[in-house]
Design a protein around this ligand. Structure first.
Ligand SMILES: CC(C)(COP(=O)(O)OP(=O)(O)OC[C@H]1O[C@@H](n2cnc3c(N)ncnc32)[C@H](O)[C@@H]1OP(=O)(O)O)[C@@H](O)C(=O)NCCC(=O)NCCS
Length: 153
């Protein structure tokens, strides 16, 4: 049985995260410099998924103005898709945000990205807007979700 382990990303994961981002977003991946900035940013939460000690997916969220979480990236290597890893990463990121008292999480996803749109809908995100040509000549769908309160009891 495959065991997937989640942990916080570390600075030394940078090279692997860059390669995964490139594999997931061939046309519009982040630069290594930008991923490093995200990892070092005090308000970011970066989580990796490991299978047999290898990073196979990751997500990075940032707490932005008005105490809102925003998902900057979520990707799973092609060979490891369809096994629940994307959902696990998203659930963990939401949990971390909620633990910090964040009540809303938002994201942009490219129109026509069915796997991601399905994943987010299934996880309770709803479409709240469209940004024309956000991804070059493709529109970005803006989605958001109210997070469950996980603060003090
Ligand atoms: C989107 C992505 C992260 C999903 O990761 P994953 O590990 O394959 O997803 P999971 O196995 O956790 O699937 C969870 C749900 O997502 C949806 N989903 C995943 N892959 C899908 C596909 N190919 N077609 C339709 N729905 C899909 C399903 O609703 C699925 O639930 P189910 O298994 O009960 O049907 C992955 O496809 C990926 O890395 N894509 C490239 C990068 C990207 O587009 N990221 C999102 C940017 S906003």
């Amino acid at each position: 049985m495959e065991v997937v382990v989640l942990r916080k990303a570390r600075n030394e994961d940078l090279d692997e995260l860059y390669l995964i981002d490139k594999a997931c977003f061939p046309q519009h991946h982040f630069s290594k410099y930008f991923i490093r900035l995200l990892l070092e940013y005090p308000s970011s939460i970066a989580i990796v998924a490991l299978s047999s000690n290898r990073i196979v997916g990751f997500t990075i969220g940032v707490i932005e103005e008005e105490n809102e979480g925003r998902i900057y990236t979520l990707g799973v290597l092609p060979d490891f898709r369809g096994r629940g890893i994307g959902r696990l990463l998203l659930e963990k990121l939401e949990e971390e945000l909620a633990m910090l008292g964040i009540e809303k999480c938002c994201l942009e996803v490219m129109e026509g990205n069915t796997p991601a749109l399905q994943l987010y809908s299934k996880m309770g995100y709803r479409k709240v807007g469209v940004i024309k040509r956000y991804y070059g000549n493709r529109d970005g769908i803006v989605m958001e979700k109210a997070l469950k309160h996980l603060g003090t009891v």
